[in-house]
Design a protein around this ligand. Structure first.
Ligand SMILES: Nc1ncnc2c1ncn2[C@@H]1O[C@H](COP(=O)(O)OP(=O)(O)OP(=O)(O)O)[C@@H](O)[C@H]1O
Ligand SMILES: [Mg+2]
Length: 231
C-alpha cells in the first residue's frame, strides 16, 4: 500500500529578475513527498536546491505553479496564514543552526511551541523528550553558545521536531560540521526516518545523499533525474 501523500509541487517555477536578466532558479519542477520518505535533493552550487526547499517549505511562494500540502493549495496564501501552517507542519534545519545564542538548549527547543496550540504546561516535557531523542538532555541548560557545532545542530533538530511536523526540511545541515560530526547528524536523520519521520535533506555531498532512500537531482533549476540509492 502506498503511504499518504503529504506534499505535492506541481510545475513550480521561481524566477528572479536581476536587471534585464531573468534567472530561472526553479524551472518547472513537479514532485511528490509521501509520509515516511527520506529524500535527498542534490545538485551543484547555484542549481536551485535552496530555492526549491524554500518553496516546498512555504518560506517563499512560486512565480507559477502550485504547492499542495495535504491536498490543499497553499501557494497563494498570505504570509500570516503561511507562517501558521509552517510552524505546525514543517520543521526546518539550516546549515548555520539559527539558534538563539543566549537562550539555553531547552529554551530554543520550546520556541516553536509558543506559536502553536500546545498547552503551556506540556512545553517543558515535550522539549525534554525531543532533547532525549537527539541525545542531548544532559546539556539542556547550556546556552547555545556553550555547545559544539554538532550539539547545536542536535538542538536545531530537536526544535524542528517539537511541533511534530509532517516534514523535516534540512538545507545543508552538515555544511558547518567536520566529516565525522556531519555523519553523526546524518545517522540521527536515519534514526528519525526509521521512527517514521518524513525527511528532505538538501546536500551537495553525494556520500551523504546516498543515505537517503530517494535522490532528486537538480541542474539549472530543473529536475534532471531520479536516482535510487540504498535499497
Ligand atoms: N533573491 C535572489 N535574487 C536573485 N537571484 C537569486 C536569489 N536567490 C537565489 N538566486 C539565484 O538562483 C539560483 C539558485 O540559487 P539557490 O540558492 O537555490 O542554489 P543552491 O543550489 O541552493 O546553491 P548552494 O549549493 O550554493 O547553496 C542561483 O543562480 C542564485 O544566484
Ligand atoms: Mg543552497
Amino acid at each position: 500500500m502506498k503511504s499518504k501523500l503529504i506534499l505535492e509541487a506541481k510545475n513550480i517555477t521561481k524566477t528572479y529578475k536581476v536587471g534585464d536578466n531573468e534567472i530561472h532558479a526553479v524551472d518547472d519542477i513537479s514532485l511528490k513527498i509521501h509520509e515516511g520518505e527520506y529524500i535527498a535533493i542534490v545538485g551543484k552550487s547555484g542549481s536551485g536546491k535552496s530555492t526549491l526547499m524554500h518553496l516546498i517549505g512555504l518560506l517563499d511562494t512560486p512565480t507559477s505553479g502550485q504547492v499542495l500540502l495535504h491536498g490543499k493549495d497553499v501557494s497563494k496564501l498570505d504570509e500570516a496564514k503561511l507562517a501558521r501552517i509552517r510552524n505546525k507542519e514543517i520543521g526546518f534545519v539550516f546549515q548555520s543552526f539559527n539558534l538563539l545564542q543566549r537562550a539555553t538548549a531547552i529554551e530554543n527547543v520550546e520556541l516553536p511551541l509558543k506559536y502553536g496550540d500546545i498547552p503551556k504546561k506540556e512545553w517543558k516535557t515535550r522539549a525534554e523528550d525531543m532533547l532525549k531523542l537527539v541525545d542531548l538532555i544532559d546539556r539542556k541548560n547550556n546556552k547555545s553558545n556553550e555547545l559544539s557545532g554538532g550539539q547545536k545542530q542536535r538542538v536545531a533538530i530537536a526544535r524542528a521536531l517539537v511541533n511534530e511536523p509532517s516534514i523535516i526540511l534540512a538545507d545543508e545541515p552538515t555544511g558547518n560540521l567536520d566529516t565525522k560530526t556531519g555523519e553523526s547528524i546524518i545517522r540521527l536523520f536515519e534514526k528519525l526516518n526509521k521512527q517514521g519521520k518524513t525527511i528532505v535533506l538538501v546536500t551537495h555531498d553525494e556520500d551523504l545523499a546516498k543515505h537517503a532512500k530517494r535522490q532528486i537531482v537538480i541542474k539549472d533549476g530543473k529536475l534532471v533525474q531520479k536516482k535510487k540509492s540504498k535499497s
